[in-house]
Design a protein around this ligand. Structure first.
Ligand code: SAM
Length: 236
């Protein structure tokens, strides 16, 4: 099947799925205000004053309300407000917005990221989100993490590329990464990847799409979800 046909096939029920997801967010809301109210407002105001008008890469993340709202939607789309407490590892966790939301839902959380952007460190401290500092590299295992996880997530992924060279991980790099991730997962664990588009606006090459599908992933645009095989599904 041609790549364009494959993409079209994946896209067919997309409108329906998007509409259903929107409806589900309304049916199972996670209100922003109680989450926002848990933040130390004086510290947040100081951080926002520091980055107001800043040209620094990622200064946009000082707009905490906006990013919390986005991460509430992410939690809703993964149905995490409907699961009993789970252990979640977020790779490339940035400022920790997603994990901060999850903690309010009763989940236990660990972020993993490089330590390059002071704003992310300030936000993680503000949110009291634990981060393991680590650089993910192709064909290198993740560090020992002294616990296992029910969900491993990674949103707006950046660790799979050298953007200046427009070099992206292909199936061999992803195969190593996913195989290594297995040892960090509890039985029935799930992996969610939110990919960034390349310069050509595509999220994957035909080969990479085939690879994700061959590994049993559900793929919807940038979203790649590996669910447990039947028989491995833990109680919700
Ligand atoms: C676009 S930001 C997304 C942050 C967060 N996931 C979100 O959606 O708000 C990409 C993140 O990936 C992290 N990152 C980039 N390269 C990485 C690497 N090699 N290993 C671990 N994290 C990396 C960055 O520091 C940054 O936090």
């Amino acid at each position: 099947m041609k790549f364009s046909h494959k993409i079209a096939k994946l896209a067919q029920p997309l409108t329906y799925r998007r509409a259903w997801r929107k409806a589900e967010r309304i049916i199972h809301p996670i209100p922003l205000e109680p989450i926002y109210a848990r933040i130390d407002q004086a510290r947040l105001a100081a951080i926002q004053a520091e980055y107001a008008g800043s040209k620094e890469h990622y200064a946009k993340y000082a707009d905490v309300r906006r990013w919390l709202q986005l991460n509430i939607s992410r939690a809703q789309d993964l149905k995490l407000q409907r699961f009993a407490p789970r252990a979640v590892l977020d790779l490339g966790c940035g400022g920790g917005f997603f994990l901060f939301v999850l903690r309010q839902l009763g989940h236990t959380c660990l972020g993993l990221d490089i330590d390059e952007f002071p704003l992310f460190t300030q936000l993680l401290e503000l949110f009291e989100v634990e981060r393991r500092v680590w650089t993910i590299r192709p064909f290198e295992p993740l560090p020992e993490l002294d616990r296992k996880f029910d969900f491993v997530t990674a949103f707006s992924i950046d660790f799979n590329r050298i953007s200046k060279q427009d070099w992206w991980w292909g199936p061999p790099e992803w195969a190593f990464f996913l195989d290594d991730l297995k040892r960090h997962l509890n039985p029935g664990g799930r992996i969610f990847l939110g990919l960034n588009p390349g310069k050509n606006k595509e999220f994957y090459t035909p080969e990479l799409l085939d690879f994700f599908l061959s590994r049993g992933a559900s793929v919807e645009r940038e979203n790649v979800l590996f669910r447990p095989k039947s028989g491995e599904i833990p109680p919700s």
